[in-house]
Each structure stands twice: as C-alpha cells, then as structure tokens.
Design a protein. Structure first.
Length: 389
C-alpha cells in the first residue's frame, strides 16, 4: 500500500487530520487498533473551543454540532456555599460549545466514509520504520496477516499509550510529567442537567463537576482517591456525595437516576519534546496529556492537527518544509499554555491529600480574587475559550 500520510490512531486527532488533508487533496490511511464501535463507546471530553468548531466546519462536520450542541457563554464556579459566574462572552467575546467527543468522532467517521477515505480497524503490532529517512514505512497486522504502508510522512495520533511517541529514541526525546494524587469518578445519566451551564465546585469534601451532553443526558464527576474503584460506588452513594459538594440550591435541584456509565480517570500532566522526529509528527494525547479540569485535552489535540495539516498542505503545494520545521516549536508553545491553565485550574479546585492550612488559604485567596476581579475572570475566560492558533 502507498499513501502520502500514514496516520496511526483513529481517535479525534487522527480522523480530523485525515479529513483536513483530504480537503487539500492529500491522501492518507488511518490505522486504528480498536473497532469503530469501541472507539465510539468511549465517553470523554465535552467542551469544544471555537478553533475546533471551525476545523469541524471546514471538514463538513458542523451541522449536527450546531443543531445539537449547546453554546455556553459562561461557567459557574463554587466554593463552599458561594457560587459565581465567569462570563466568557462578556470578557473575551467568545463562547464554547458543549458537544461530546463521542459525537465529534461519530461525525468524523461519517465524513471519512462519505469521502471514501481508508480506515483500517483492529490493527495490531504497528511498527513505524525509517521515520528519520525520506521514505518511512508502517508495518502492521490484521488477523495475523502483515501489511506494509509506504508513505511520505507518519502522523502519530495514537494517544498516550500508542507506539508513535515511543518510536522517537529516548536520546532525542524529553518527557515532562506530573501525576496528581487523585482521580475523577465520572457518571453519565439520562437525567436533565442540574444547571444550563457547567458548575466547577471546590468543596471541603473535594472537587465536583456538573456537566452535560444534551437536555436529557448529564455528566457528573467527583474527585476520588487514586486506588478507588467504580465498584465501590452505588449510584445512590455517588448522588449523595455529589449533593454534598455543590451549593445547596443546586443540590436540591439535582435530578438523579440510574447511571449508564461509571468510570475513574487518573489525572496527569505530561508533555514530550520535540513533537517531531524526521518524518514522524506527534499530535494530541500521543504528545501531551492535561488533567481534564480545564477541558483542554481534545482542544489541544485539535490545535496540533491545525498546525500539522497546514504545514503538510504547504509542503505538497510549494515543496517548502518551513511549516514542517516549525511544527514542533509552534505546537509546543500553545501546548505549554494549555498545560499551565489546566494545572492552575486543577490546583485551584481540588483538595490535595495532606494539604497544609497555608495551601488552603492560598486556594481560597485565589478563588476570592477570581470571584472579585474582572481582570482575573478575563484571564480565565481567555484560556477557557481557547488561546488563538
Ligand atoms: P485518543 O482519543 O486517545 O485516540 C488515540 C487512538 O489511537 C488508537 N491507538 C492505536 N491505533 C493503532 N495502533 C496503535 N498502536 C494504537 N494505540 C492507540 C486508540 O485506540 C485511539 O482510538 O487521542 P487523540 O485522538 O489525540 O484525542 C485526544 C482526546 O481523546 C483526549 O485529549 C481527551 O479525551 C482527554 N480527556 C478529556 N478531555 C477533556 O477535555 N475533557 C474530558 O472530560 C476528558 N475526559 C479524557 C477523558 C481522556 C481519557 N483517557 C485518554 C484515558 C477521559 C479519559 C478516560
Ligand atoms: C465533560 O463534560 O466531560 C467535561 C466538561 C468539562 C471539563 C471536563 C469534562 O473540564
């Protein structure tokens, strides 16, 4: 098989890149380890920046997003019994759109099918060869049968546990990591959201988040211990704990019901540098992870894809490699800002094991400053809606 760009990973990064390249007349083959049903069963991010919305529109995936997604002009932040609102539109003139990653991925698969693009599922033993030569290849197996793709470039869009990052020699790569001493227990339930906007809550019992997918599908999270298990939590226990962590008026308005999904995600900050080795380019979770508190994971993946597809389009149009040469530095400059925001918001909103009285006072002062300062709210809004590409 031969293609211009071999894309490892059929998650949102890989599929979005494939469709943006298709729009530029550049061929690609997407290799995905899981089945499509498995990819579409994963419940992940829910908040889209305008930059990602624009890219989805560009690949013809804007229609359902605009009819079914919710525009959010602000968000609510609570601590103790206090709650205040940060108005994105007022401060920075831009909203965010609440539309699940699962739906984004579904729309991208539909676009891929409609454009006749090749996606190979259930691939195993993917090996990237010759990434630092002019003619890389990707070897893989399906049902024990080996195949090879010859290509000009390889895009590593295979998430944190993929093979792409590990293909870059350790002598070249530097990893930066911070692991947080807690996780998020999340549930999805077919109930109306407690509020029409998201509520991020810092309570003495730990963090909680009230989010949503649509008018009758809610997504809630509570901070939990790292060694906790979803099996330890009945639905009733989850609802009771959530009620204790959000302001009383919200707790009494909460509509509860059976959960349709329940899982724990660990919280981690991670960046690998550089994001390019020869003709291999990393995008999204393959190169960096943020704790979900700032809703930046999927959005930062999209900004990588934006830079990479423009650089590849320039290369195929003019032969210039300058965009490709700048890719890693350009992507990382924005990645680090998303890392900083996610780290700050995580540190602000969670209770840390062994947190000192002083650290707690700092957290409260930071929250009080955010509540009372228009400049602080503007800075938060600027980051939350997404820094420019
Ligand atoms: P993905 O979505 O992980 O997709 C990578 C794809 O690559 C496949 N793959 C391989 N394919 C071929 N060969 C291999 N060797 C492969 N190894 C892996 C995988 O099966 C997968 O389909 O990365 P991508 O595309 O970069 O997208 C990034 C986003 O998914 C991610 O940033 C966010 O979902 C992060 N994230 C969240 N972000 C938010 O903004 N809000 C959230 O609430 C939120 N919740 C989450 C999350 C990430 C989670 N993970 C990764 C554990 C919850 C979870 C559980
Ligand atoms: C979600 O709806 O899953 C969600 C929303 C905002 C976040 C994290 C997760 O910061």
């Amino acid at each position: 098989m031969r293609t211009q760009v071999a894309i490892i990973g059929g998650g949102p990064s890989g599929l979005l890149l494939a469709q943006l390249l298709h729009g530029q007349g550049i061929s690609s083959i997407v290799l995905e380890r899981q089945t499509r049903d498995h990819v579409l069963s994963r419940i992940r991010a829910g908040v889209l920046e305008q930059g990602l919305v624009g890219l989805l529109e560009e690949v013809g995936c804007g229609d359902r997003l605009h009819t079914e997604g919710f525009t959010h002009d602000g968000t609510l932040i609570s601590f103790g019994d206090e709650m205040f609102r940060v108005d994105f539109t007022e401060h920075v003139g831009k909203p965010v759109v609440v539309y699940g990653q699962t739906e984004v991925t579904r729309d991208l698969y539909a676009a891929r099918d409609a454009s006749g693009g090749q996606t190979i599922h259930s691939v195993e033993n993917v090996v990237i060869k010759g990434a630092n030569t002019a003619s890389p290849t990707v070897v893989f197996e399906v049902d024990g049968e080996a195949s090879i793709i010859e290509c000009d470039f390889v895009a590593g869009c295979d998430g944190f546990h993929g093979v792409s990052r590990k293909t870059i020699p350790e002598t070249v790569r530097r990893d930066y990591e911070k692991v947080y001493p807690f996780g998020w227990l999340g549930i999805l339930s077919e109930t109306p959201p407690v509020n029409h906007e998201l509520i991020y809550a810092n309570s003495s019992r730990g963090f909680a988040l009230c989010s949503m997918r649509n008018a009758n599908l809610s997504r809630y999270y509570i901070q939990c211990d790292l060694d906790d298990s979803p099996d330890n939590w009945s639905d009733e226990a989850f609802w009771n704990e959530l009620r204790r962590r959000i302001p009383p008026d919200q707790a009494s308005a909460l509509v509860t019901g059976p959960s349709v999904e329940k899982s724990i995600a660990p919280l981690r900050s991670f960046v690998t540098e550089p994001m390019r080795w020869g003709r291999l380019f990393l995008c999204g979770d393959a190169a960096h992870i943020v704790p979900p508190t700032g809703a930046k994971g999927l959005n930062t993946a999209a900004s990588d894809v934006n830079y990479l597809y423009r650089a590849l389009a320039e290369f195929y149009k003019t032969g210039s490699e300058s965009g490709l040469d700048e890719y890693s530095a350009k992507a990382l400059a924005r990645v680090w800002k998303a890392e900083r925001f996610s780290w700050w918001f995580t540190t602000l909103m969670h209770r840390f094991p062994g947190q000192s009285e002083f650290d707690l006072k700092m957290q409260i002062a930071d929250l009080e400053f955010l509540r009372s300062s228009a400049s602080a709210q503007k800075a938060m809004a600027e980051n939350y809606v997404g820094l420019p590409y």
